[in-house]
Ligand binder design. Sequence first.
Ligand code: ADP
Ligand code: MG
Length: 484
Amino acid sequence: MSMGNEILSKVLDSLKTKVSDFNYKNWFQNLSWEYNEPGKVLIKVPSKFVRDWLTDHYLELIKFEFFRHTELEHQITFRVGKPSFKNLDLFAGQTPNTKAPNSASQTPAAPSKEATTAAPANKATAPKEPNKQKNSQINSNVISQLGFYPRYQFENYVVGNSNQLVHAACRAVASQPAKSYNPLFIYGGVGLGKTHLLNAIGLDVLKQYKNWRILYVTGERFTNEVISAIRYGKTYELRKKYRENCDMLLIDDIQFIAGKERTMEEFFHTFNALYEKRKQIVLTSDQLPKDIPNLEERLKSRFGWGLMADIQSPDYETRIAILKKKADEDGIPLPDDACDFIANNVTTNVRDLEGSLVRVSAFASLAKLPITLDLTKEVLKGIISISQPKLSVERIQSEVAEYFKLKIADLKSKRRHKNLAVPRQIAMYLCKTHLQVSFPELGSKFGGKDHTTVMHAVQKIRKCLDTDPSIRSDVDQLEKHMSL
Ligand code: ADP
Ligand code: MG
């Protein structure tokens, strides 16, 4: 393997671990990557949509991965053109007989007549989609120097039941930094909008306080900075940067520092210094501090000093609203039935929702066809099953909670009000019927209940299926929705 291909394969391997299966399959795996000169990478993409989407979502990550493996800044260039054979595989089923005999990921694309678009060195100069640049008050160079994603602003963030509280908390922090909640700790699963909100806070603050020194880094980058400061004897500079020359610290995916002793130590002192000086700190994580393995206790407790706010998966109405907003922003004519189909079938997270929309619209524009329900079904048919998480107690709990508009915590609580008890019993019944799981195990997954409680619940719902049409219909609909 040539040096270039070796680097490429390392980068692709690590990208695979960083993006969801869905998006890796959807995009990375099907692009044609070339590494012909040191430091220069060419990625061939089938359409401008794909280019813009990748630029917005993954350019920084791609660059970062090349840097991590080579310690060299790489120039990433996208070429929009006819899809390579490999790209046509992306739309398998639509293009029979076009499979390439050899579709290694470096298969050269068909020659493109379209101009090569050099990917910008930073996000701020990324190609803009329609209606995007409403916010011109902040200098785009400043945005990019600080590492922000220009499109992740409050204006582009759709608020629904699942994120109302966290959104309100972020707005409060942005309008009165260090005066409302400090630190603000945002947690939730992948693709639910944590990075978006963190950016939105930073950009909003920047609009009000142009000269503020806002530091926005991921937990991973912070870790790497600590490692390199230690290696090159620059800890003094690092401390100056984070503890003294900083008016606001935004750290994305803080869970990454867990288990890394020197980094946790450094962060502990940084936190204390900023907190004492009443500087706002906002952190995001994929789980609650207490559940982050190998995170020092003293950090866990500090993370809880302010407000902890979670983001849940968006419900159906919010999924529709998000799709409509994205379609509108990107000028994609998305009919209601196609929108409804996507919202009903891609229920995992917002990133997958966006990925599906972009995939449908990329295909339609490539094939020069209007977006219809049939086209949407066809394009997403291989993807939808990937986006549905495997059946588990947690998934059943989350589907039942969404269906009855409750919180998962309500299903696990001991409260006996009928509005909670019946959904809880239905959830237990569905778990017992469709999963190989014991009564005691279920008891513990439902907030530490006795196994006899679960047994009674399951028996009760079984009986009700024959006698209570409303419970029968709830169970039917839930089973249908989870394809059981
Ligand atoms: P996380 O950091 O939680 O993994 P991101 O912030 O990267 O998730 O969000 C994934 C994608 O979904 C981003 O493109 C983001 O803009 C979009 N997104 C997430 N939540 C919303 C929302 N409520 N409204 C609009 N877009 C959203
Ligand atoms: Mg994120």
